[in-house]
Design a protein around this ligand. Structure first.
Ligand code: ATR
Length: 279
Protein backbone atom coordinates (compact mmCIF):
# COMPACT_ATOMS: atom_id res chain seq x y z
CA UNK A 1 0.00 0.00 0.00
CA UNK A 2 1.09 3.61 -0.59
CA UNK A 3 3.04 5.26 2.20
CA UNK A 4 2.22 8.59 3.91
CA UNK A 5 3.72 10.55 6.80
CA UNK A 6 2.92 13.51 9.00
CA UNK A 7 6.11 15.52 9.47
CA UNK A 8 6.56 17.67 12.57
CA UNK A 9 8.55 18.48 15.67
CA UNK A 10 7.16 17.70 18.20
CA UNK A 11 4.92 14.99 16.71
CA UNK A 12 4.18 12.56 19.54
CA UNK A 13 0.65 13.84 20.18
CA UNK A 14 -0.42 14.16 16.55
CA UNK A 15 -3.93 12.85 15.90
CA UNK A 16 -3.31 12.54 12.16
CA UNK A 17 -2.31 8.83 12.12
CA UNK A 18 -5.49 7.94 14.01
CA UNK A 19 -7.69 10.11 11.77
CA UNK A 20 -6.16 8.71 8.59
CA UNK A 21 -6.45 5.11 9.76
CA UNK A 22 -10.16 5.74 10.42
CA UNK A 23 -10.55 7.23 6.92
CA UNK A 24 -8.82 4.20 5.41
CA UNK A 25 -11.07 1.80 7.28
CA UNK A 26 -14.17 3.79 6.37
CA UNK A 27 -13.42 4.09 2.64
CA UNK A 28 -11.72 0.72 2.17
CA UNK A 29 -8.73 2.51 0.65
CA UNK A 30 -5.56 0.97 1.99
CA UNK A 31 -2.70 3.25 2.95
CA UNK A 32 0.03 3.26 5.54
CA UNK A 33 0.13 6.56 7.46
CA UNK A 34 2.73 7.15 10.12
CA UNK A 35 4.18 10.06 12.07
CA UNK A 36 7.78 11.23 11.79
CA UNK A 37 9.72 13.34 14.26
CA UNK A 38 11.85 15.40 11.87
CA UNK A 39 15.03 16.99 13.27
CA UNK A 40 14.69 20.78 13.12
CA UNK A 41 17.70 21.23 10.84
CA UNK A 42 16.83 18.38 8.46
CA UNK A 43 13.35 18.99 7.12
CA UNK A 44 14.41 19.34 3.47
CA UNK A 45 16.66 16.28 3.17
CA UNK A 46 14.30 14.17 5.29
CA UNK A 47 11.32 15.06 3.09
CA UNK A 48 13.12 14.73 -0.25
CA UNK A 49 14.48 11.37 0.84
CA UNK A 50 11.02 10.15 1.89
CA UNK A 51 9.62 11.04 -1.52
CA UNK A 52 12.60 9.54 -3.34
CA UNK A 53 11.83 6.26 -1.58
CA UNK A 54 8.32 5.02 -0.81
CA UNK A 55 6.52 8.30 -0.07
CA UNK A 56 3.31 9.15 -1.93
CA UNK A 57 2.19 12.05 0.20
CA UNK A 58 2.76 13.87 3.47
CA UNK A 59 1.12 16.20 5.92
CA UNK A 60 3.26 18.92 7.42
CA UNK A 61 2.73 20.44 10.83
CA UNK A 62 4.46 22.80 13.27
CA UNK A 63 7.08 24.18 12.72
CA UNK A 64 7.66 23.16 9.09
CA UNK A 65 4.72 24.53 7.09
CA UNK A 66 6.60 27.54 5.68
CA UNK A 67 9.68 25.45 4.99
CA UNK A 68 7.53 22.94 3.10
CA UNK A 69 6.17 25.85 1.08
CA UNK A 70 9.71 26.70 -0.04
CA UNK A 71 10.64 23.09 -0.72
CA UNK A 72 7.86 21.94 -3.06
CA UNK A 73 7.97 22.29 -6.87
CA UNK A 74 4.47 23.70 -7.28
CA UNK A 75 1.67 25.24 -5.23
CA UNK A 76 -2.11 25.26 -5.21
CA UNK A 77 -3.82 28.64 -4.77
CA UNK A 78 -4.67 27.86 -1.18
CA UNK A 79 -1.00 27.13 -0.45
CA UNK A 80 -0.03 30.39 -2.18
CA UNK A 81 -2.62 32.33 -0.18
CA UNK A 82 -1.50 30.79 3.11
CA UNK A 83 2.20 31.04 2.30
CA UNK A 84 2.36 27.61 3.92
CA UNK A 85 1.94 23.96 2.98
CA UNK A 86 0.22 21.35 5.16
CA UNK A 87 -0.23 18.70 2.46
CA UNK A 88 2.30 17.44 -0.09
CA UNK A 89 1.17 15.39 -3.07
CA UNK A 90 3.58 13.46 -5.27
CA UNK A 91 2.27 13.89 -8.80
CA UNK A 92 2.38 11.28 -11.59
CA UNK A 93 5.33 13.17 -13.05
CA UNK A 94 7.17 12.81 -9.74
CA UNK A 95 6.88 16.49 -8.79
CA UNK A 96 5.97 17.65 -5.29
CA UNK A 97 2.76 19.69 -5.21
CA UNK A 98 2.18 21.77 -2.10
CA UNK A 99 -1.39 22.30 -0.94
CA UNK A 100 -2.96 23.82 2.14
CA UNK A 101 -6.20 22.28 3.39
CA UNK A 102 -6.42 24.11 6.73
CA UNK A 103 -8.60 26.99 5.54
CA UNK A 104 -10.95 24.77 3.54
CA UNK A 105 -11.06 22.43 6.54
CA UNK A 106 -12.34 25.32 8.63
CA UNK A 107 -14.88 26.22 5.93
CA UNK A 108 -16.16 22.61 5.80
CA UNK A 109 -16.58 22.56 9.56
CA UNK A 110 -18.44 25.90 9.60
CA UNK A 111 -20.65 24.53 6.82
CA UNK A 112 -21.31 21.29 8.61
CA UNK A 113 -22.36 23.26 11.71
CA UNK A 114 -24.65 25.36 9.47
CA UNK A 115 -23.05 28.51 10.84
CA UNK A 116 -21.94 30.01 7.54
CA UNK A 117 -23.87 31.31 4.54
CA UNK A 118 -23.17 33.60 1.61
CA UNK A 119 -23.00 37.11 2.98
CA UNK A 120 -22.15 36.02 6.54
CA UNK A 121 -20.38 38.75 8.49
CA UNK A 122 -17.23 37.24 9.94
CA UNK A 123 -14.77 38.74 12.40
CA UNK A 124 -11.39 37.08 11.98
CA UNK A 125 -9.01 37.61 14.89
CA UNK A 126 -5.29 37.51 14.12
CA UNK A 127 -2.90 38.17 11.27
CA UNK A 128 -0.41 35.31 11.57
CA UNK A 129 -0.13 32.12 9.56
CA UNK A 130 -3.40 30.66 10.82
CA UNK A 131 -5.41 33.74 9.89
CA UNK A 132 -3.74 34.12 6.50
CA UNK A 133 -4.76 30.60 5.45
CA UNK A 134 -8.47 31.14 6.07
CA UNK A 135 -9.02 34.29 4.02
CA UNK A 136 -9.20 32.69 0.56
CA UNK A 137 -11.77 29.99 1.42
CA UNK A 138 -13.96 32.47 3.30
CA UNK A 139 -13.90 35.08 0.52
CA UNK A 140 -14.51 32.50 -2.22
CA UNK A 141 -17.60 31.60 -0.23
CA UNK A 142 -18.73 35.20 -0.66
CA UNK A 143 -18.67 36.21 2.98
CA UNK A 144 -17.77 39.59 4.47
CA UNK A 145 -14.56 39.25 6.44
CA UNK A 146 -13.35 41.88 8.87
CA UNK A 147 -9.95 41.38 10.42
CA UNK A 148 -8.91 42.55 13.84
CA UNK A 149 -5.38 42.05 15.08
CA UNK A 150 -3.52 43.23 18.20
CA UNK A 151 -0.98 44.80 15.85
CA UNK A 152 -3.08 46.78 13.36
CA UNK A 153 -0.32 47.28 10.80
CA UNK A 154 0.25 43.53 10.45
CA UNK A 155 -3.41 43.04 9.49
CA UNK A 156 -3.19 45.90 6.96
CA UNK A 157 -0.15 44.29 5.34
CA UNK A 158 -1.82 40.87 5.22
CA UNK A 159 -4.88 42.29 3.46
CA UNK A 160 -2.81 44.36 1.01
CA UNK A 161 -0.78 41.28 0.11
CA UNK A 162 -3.96 39.28 -0.40
CA UNK A 163 -5.64 41.90 -2.58
CA UNK A 164 -2.51 42.29 -4.68
CA UNK A 165 -2.13 38.56 -5.34
CA UNK A 166 -2.74 36.50 -8.49
CA UNK A 167 -5.48 34.42 -6.84
CA UNK A 168 -7.54 37.44 -5.72
CA UNK A 169 -10.69 37.82 -7.78
CA UNK A 170 -13.05 40.74 -8.06
CA UNK A 171 -16.14 38.62 -7.43
CA UNK A 172 -14.89 37.56 -4.00
CA UNK A 173 -16.66 38.64 -0.81
CA UNK A 174 -15.59 41.72 1.11
CA UNK A 175 -12.38 42.04 3.08
CA UNK A 176 -11.39 44.86 5.43
CA UNK A 177 -9.35 45.60 8.54
CA UNK A 178 -10.76 47.06 11.74
CA UNK A 179 -8.88 49.10 14.30
CA UNK A 180 -9.88 48.84 17.96
CA UNK A 181 -11.71 52.13 17.45
CA UNK A 182 -13.62 50.70 14.43
CA UNK A 183 -14.49 47.62 16.46
CA UNK A 184 -15.91 49.68 19.31
CA UNK A 185 -17.97 51.73 16.83
CA UNK A 186 -19.31 48.64 14.99
CA UNK A 187 -23.12 48.93 14.68
CA UNK A 188 -24.15 45.28 14.67
CA UNK A 189 -23.04 41.91 15.97
CA UNK A 190 -21.04 39.56 13.73
CA UNK A 191 -22.46 36.21 12.64
CA UNK A 192 -19.21 34.36 13.29
CA UNK A 193 -16.09 35.26 15.28
CA UNK A 194 -13.01 33.15 14.56
CA UNK A 195 -10.00 33.08 16.84
CA UNK A 196 -6.92 32.60 14.67
CA UNK A 197 -4.51 34.20 17.12
CA UNK A 198 -1.97 32.27 19.13
CA UNK A 199 -3.54 33.61 22.34
CA UNK A 200 -5.13 30.26 23.28
CA UNK A 201 -1.65 28.77 23.56
CA UNK A 202 -1.02 31.02 26.54
CA UNK A 203 -4.65 30.79 27.80
CA UNK A 204 -5.05 34.51 27.22
CA UNK A 205 -8.36 35.80 25.90
CA UNK A 206 -8.96 38.53 23.38
CA UNK A 207 -11.80 40.40 25.11
CA UNK A 208 -14.05 41.98 22.52
CA UNK A 209 -16.43 44.90 23.09
CA UNK A 210 -20.01 43.76 23.71
CA UNK A 211 -21.41 45.45 20.60
CA UNK A 212 -19.67 43.01 18.20
CA UNK A 213 -21.42 39.86 19.43
CA UNK A 214 -24.75 38.66 20.81
CA UNK A 215 -26.21 35.30 21.85
CA UNK A 216 -26.64 34.32 18.18
CA UNK A 217 -22.99 34.86 17.28
CA UNK A 218 -21.01 31.69 16.63
CA UNK A 219 -17.54 31.54 18.18
CA UNK A 220 -14.87 29.34 16.63
CA UNK A 221 -11.47 28.78 18.22
CA UNK A 222 -8.99 27.23 15.80
CA UNK A 223 -7.26 25.57 18.75
CA UNK A 224 -8.71 22.54 20.48
CA UNK A 225 -8.43 20.97 23.89
CA UNK A 226 -10.19 18.38 26.03
CA UNK A 227 -12.27 21.12 27.67
CA UNK A 228 -13.28 24.65 26.58
CA UNK A 229 -10.36 26.80 25.52
CA UNK A 230 -10.01 30.03 27.54
CA UNK A 231 -11.47 31.91 24.56
CA UNK A 232 -14.60 29.75 24.40
CA UNK A 233 -15.03 29.68 28.20
CA UNK A 234 -14.93 33.49 28.31
CA UNK A 235 -17.70 33.91 25.69
CA UNK A 236 -19.78 31.06 27.11
CA UNK A 237 -19.75 33.03 30.34
CA UNK A 238 -21.04 36.05 28.38
CA UNK A 239 -24.13 34.05 27.38
CA UNK A 240 -22.95 32.71 24.01
CA UNK A 241 -23.85 29.10 23.24
CA UNK A 242 -22.72 28.59 19.66
CA UNK A 243 -19.14 27.64 20.41
CA UNK A 244 -16.70 25.27 18.76
CA UNK A 245 -13.03 24.45 18.98
CA UNK A 246 -10.76 23.47 16.09
CA UNK A 247 -11.14 19.70 16.32
CA UNK A 248 -13.60 19.70 13.42
CA UNK A 249 -11.19 21.77 11.35
CA UNK A 250 -8.44 19.26 12.15
CA UNK A 251 -10.52 16.33 10.92
CA UNK A 252 -11.72 18.17 7.80
CA UNK A 253 -8.23 19.34 6.80
CA UNK A 254 -7.20 15.68 7.06
CA UNK A 255 -10.21 14.59 4.99
CA UNK A 256 -9.30 17.10 2.27
CA UNK A 257 -5.71 15.82 2.25
CA UNK A 258 -7.02 12.25 1.95
CA UNK A 259 -9.14 13.38 -0.99
CA UNK A 260 -6.15 15.09 -2.63
CA UNK A 261 -4.18 11.81 -2.43
CA UNK A 262 -6.87 9.22 -3.12
CA UNK A 263 -9.63 11.11 -4.94
CA UNK A 264 -12.25 10.14 -2.36
CA UNK A 265 -13.70 12.43 0.31
CA UNK A 266 -14.18 10.48 3.55
CA UNK A 267 -17.11 11.11 5.91
CA UNK A 268 -15.35 13.47 8.30
CA UNK A 269 -18.37 13.88 10.56
CA UNK A 270 -18.36 10.22 11.52
CA UNK A 271 -14.62 10.26 12.19
CA UNK A 272 -14.91 13.47 14.23
CA UNK A 273 -17.24 11.68 16.65
CA UNK A 274 -14.71 8.86 17.02
CA UNK A 275 -11.78 11.26 17.54
CA UNK A 276 -13.67 13.22 20.22
CA UNK A 277 -13.84 10.07 22.29
CA UNK A 278 -10.08 9.62 22.46
CA UNK A 279 -9.03 13.23 23.17
P1 ATR B 1 0.36 31.51 13.78
O1 ATR B 1 1.18 31.03 12.64
O2 ATR B 1 -0.03 30.43 14.76
O3 ATR B 1 -0.84 32.30 13.37
P2 ATR B 1 1.98 33.84 14.32
O4 ATR B 1 2.28 33.96 12.90
O5 ATR B 1 3.05 34.03 15.34
O6 ATR B 1 1.33 32.42 14.66
O7 ATR B 1 0.78 34.83 14.65
C1 ATR B 1 0.27 34.92 15.90
C2 ATR B 1 -1.01 35.76 15.87
O8 ATR B 1 -1.62 35.72 17.15
C3 ATR B 1 -0.76 37.23 15.60
O9 ATR B 1 -1.90 37.77 14.94
C4 ATR B 1 -0.62 37.80 17.01
O10 ATR B 1 -0.89 39.16 17.12
P3 ATR B 1 0.27 40.26 16.79
O11 ATR B 1 0.33 40.38 15.30
O12 ATR B 1 -0.20 41.48 17.46
O13 ATR B 1 1.53 39.70 17.39
C5 ATR B 1 -1.68 37.02 17.72
N1 ATR B 1 -1.49 36.88 19.17
C6 ATR B 1 -0.57 36.12 19.81
N2 ATR B 1 -0.72 36.22 21.14
C7 ATR B 1 -1.79 37.04 21.35
C8 ATR B 1 -2.45 37.53 22.52
N3 ATR B 1 -2.07 37.17 23.74
N4 ATR B 1 -3.51 38.36 22.34
C9 ATR B 1 -3.89 38.72 21.10
N5 ATR B 1 -3.31 38.30 19.96
C10 ATR B 1 -2.27 37.47 20.08
Amino acid sequence: PPFFLVLGNPIEHSKSPLIHSLFAKQTGIEHVYDKALVPLEHFDDFTLNFFKQAGKGANVTVPFKEQAFRLVDDHTNSALAAGAVNTIIKTKEGKLLGDNTDGYGLLCDLNEKKWIAEGSRILLLGAGGAAKGTILPLLEYNTKVSIFNRTYQKAIEMVERFKGSTYYQSDFGELNVLSLEDLTAEQSAFDIIINATASSLSSEVLKLPGNVFNSQTAFYDMFYAKTDTAFLAYYRDKGCNHLADGLGMLVYQAALAFKAWHGVMPDAKQVLAQVKNVL
